[in-house]
Design a protein around this ligand. Structure first.
Ligand SMILES: [Zn+2]
Length: 360
């Protein structure tokens, strides 16, 4: 980072060039100000999105109302109007929260690369804030959810590929793209399973619409209390097993020491051969029994230890959210999901769809 920018970063002043819509840079005061003609438009974008209008409809509304796009169009280029991406960038920007971020890019061996978010410098600027942290949080949550939608893949990979299982028969479900006037291009989940007697699985998949994906995203992010309880149970079982192992190990040591003593007693002629053999047989049986028990317990503890703890799941959810927010293609989304989720069990009863998320 250049020296001037570094100094700017400390003071929270603007050094980043043209600020985003609806701000402008005032050369005289060297500060970032709000363009009063654009302020109500920016707020309308935020409020429309918070009220459920999607990115596409906001872009159309802006274009229809002849609001100039925030970037400069080259003279020979035709202005196509606002795009979903432009609206999305504007909504997600932290500048409107009051922050200024320095060092988004750096050059390494002559190549410009993006600096990871954690390594950037983010400071509170001196410019006016145009959205609240609460609004920002709701916006980001919705933008993340919407990433599930858009079957934008050329190959037939879907974010849920290989992850969705039918609750009625246990088979992996498949996806089908459909197109109609009412819903446009859309995906449905279907179970094609056929039982040995020729009858078909009764699962009737439903169109996977925005509601479906919103519900799924919520299900993934907010761990079901029943699952948490189960995880805790496994955790305590794991601890119990370890305690039992320790007790059995102590017991085994004791038995082995007693056997050594028995040998000594016999060698020192303190007991007869008859007594020695009888006692030795008893001790040996007990040692053998304990060793077998320990072998089995260690197997159990490995199984129980493979079960994730609640902490691990929360950590993975955090990682998932980060990965998810940076994934664009269906393949990337699929990869992000597979890092966290083992399978998602699908069941439809009437119009209700039940989803159960099984974590890795
Ligand atoms: Zn099925």
């Amino acid at each position: 980072m250049k020296q001037g920018k570094k100094a700017g970063a400390k003071k929270g002043t603007w050094t980043n060039g043209k600020p985003p819509f609806p701000y402008y840079y005032d050369k005289n005061t060297r500060s970032v100000l709000v363009d009063e003609t654009k302020r109500p438009i920016y707020r309308a974008i935020v409020e429309k999105y918070l009220n459920g209008t999607n990115l596409g409809h906001i872009a159309i509304w802006l274009t229809d109302n002849k609001i100039p796009t925030p970037y400069n169009i080259k003279p020979d280029e035709k202005n196509k109007g606002w795009s979903n991406i432009t609206v999305q960038r504007l909504l997600a920007s932290e500048i409107h929260l009051g922050y200024i971020t320095y060092g988004k890019t750096r050059s390494k061996r002559g190549k410009v690369e993006l600096v990871p978010e954690k390594e950037r410098i983010k400071v509170m600027g001196t410019h006016e804030k145009l959205k609240t942290p609460e609004e920002h949080e709701v916006i980001m949550e919705r933008l993340l959810k919407n990433r599930m939608l858009n079957p934008n893949s050329r190959r037939n990979i879907f974010p849920l590929s290989g992850l969705l299982y039918c609750q009625k028969c246990g088979s992996r479900m498949r996806f089908r793209v459909g197109e109609n006037k009412k819903q446009g291009q859309h995906w449905s989940a279907l179970c094609y399973h056929q039982y040995k007697d020729g009858s078909k699985c009764e699962q009737r998949g439903k169109v996977m619409d925005a509601d479906f994906f919103n519900a799924l995203y919520d299900r993934i992010i907010h761990v079901d209390p029943n699952i948490l309880q189960e995880i805790e149970l496994y955790g305590s079982r794991y601890n119990d097993t370890q305690v039992i192992i320790e007790v059995k190990e102590q017991e085994l040591k004791k038995q082995k020491r007693a056997l050594d003593k028995l040998h000594e007693s016999y060698e020192e002629d303190m007991i007869t051969k008859q007594v020695f053999l009888e006692r030795k047989a008893v001790r040996s049986r007990q040692i053998q029994k304990l060793e077998e028990e320990l072998k089995n317990l260690r197997k159990v503890v490995v199984d129980e230890g493979n079960y994730p703890t609640a902490e691990q799941i929360y950590e993975r959810i955090g990682e998932f959210r980060e990965l998810w927010s940076s994934s664009v293609t269906s393949e990337e989304k699929n990869r992000a999901l597979k890092k966290l989720v083992e399978r998602i069990v699908y069941n439809r009863e009437g119009n209700r769809v039940e989803l159960t998320v099984c974590y890795r």
